[in-house]
Write a protein that binds this ligand. Structure first.
Ligand SMILES: N[C@@H](CS(=O)O)C(=O)O
Ligand SMILES: [Fe+2]
Length: 256
């Protein structure tokens, strides 16, 4: 689902010039990435796991939409690697959320995956991305998440982004079926999309011939999820999702 930023928030441009920056921020939401981080800490920074259902997704989505996508604010997190997308941590959210910049070279796609029960909001900062949304295979619904076996940990340096790593979780191999696509959406620059396991699974791809960049918010943060094979619906635990950079600083030996 790609939703445009709230019109109410965008309409705030008509404010008088006499308003201070902080008044501006209170009325129209965060204007910069730094203000967005402050907003997210206030909104989510103390939410316990039992409070996830109380999060006002529309409000957070509007705030992400209102925040300027001016590259000067996020250039330090823009790091590309050939043949895969990179995850670059902007803010660890006091352990309650993760805000990150993902950099997608032309033609790159993520595996089909879930989001480990987290809320996921994604804003396009540069270029465009395609979301292909899938239904959960019948033998692997969100309610079965608790049955996921613990994943072996392997060094971060060995893993690109998220990759299927463990043995298949799907037990019954006789139930082989292609995954069903619910919808495909092109998400344009400035648009903010939302997904949760209750809505479905997805794969993100960069269908263009240039670089694309997205800003992702996960609440709560997660390190592992499930990946799915499109042709067979086979489900696996992912490897640990890793960061290519943190706070603008490249992690040593990533993927080497
Ligand atoms: N959820 C993915 C990116 S995307 O394909 O939505 C990740 O965090 O790596
Ligand atoms: Fe995702």
């Amino acid at each position: 689902m790609a939703l445009s930023p709230s019109q109410e928030t965008l309409g705030a441009e008509a404010e008088t010039e006499t308003q201070s920056q902080s008044d501006n921020c209170k009325q129209s939401g965060p204007q910069t990435l730094a203000e967005l981080v402050t907003f997210l800490h206030a909104e989510l920074g103390s939410k316990g796991l039992h409070e996830m259902h109380t999060i006002d997704i529309a409000r957070v989505q509007a705030a992400m939409g209102a925040c300027a996508s001016d590259i000067a604010q996020w250039r330090q997190y823009r790091h590309f690697d050939s043949g895969r997308y990179t995850r670059n941590l902007v803010d660890a959210g006091n352990g309650r959320f993760n805000l990150m910049i993902l950099c997608w070279p032309a033609g790159v796609a993520s595996p089909i995956h879930d989001h480990a029960g987290s809320h996921c909001l994604m804003k396009i900062m540069e270029g465009e991305l395609k979301e292909t949304r899938y239904a959960w295979p019948q033998n692997s619904s969100p309610s079965q998440q608790a049955a996921t076996p613990p994943l072996p940990l392997i060094p971060n340096s060995l893993l690109p982004s998220i990759t299927a790593q463990s043995a298949p979780i799907t037990a019954n191999t006789s139930e082989v079926s292609t995954m069903s696509i619910i919808k495909e959406t092109t998400i344009a620059v400035e648009e903010v999309a939302y997904i949760h396991d209750k809505i479905g699974l997805h794969r993100i791809s960069n269908p263009t011939s240039s670089d694309s960049v997205s800003l992702h918010l996960y609440c709560p943060p997660y390190e592992t999820c499930k990946t799915f094979e499109e042709k067979t619906s086979k489900c696996r635990g992912s490897g640990r999702a890793v960061f290519y950079s943190e706070g603008g600083i490249l992690k040593k030996n990533f993927g080497k």
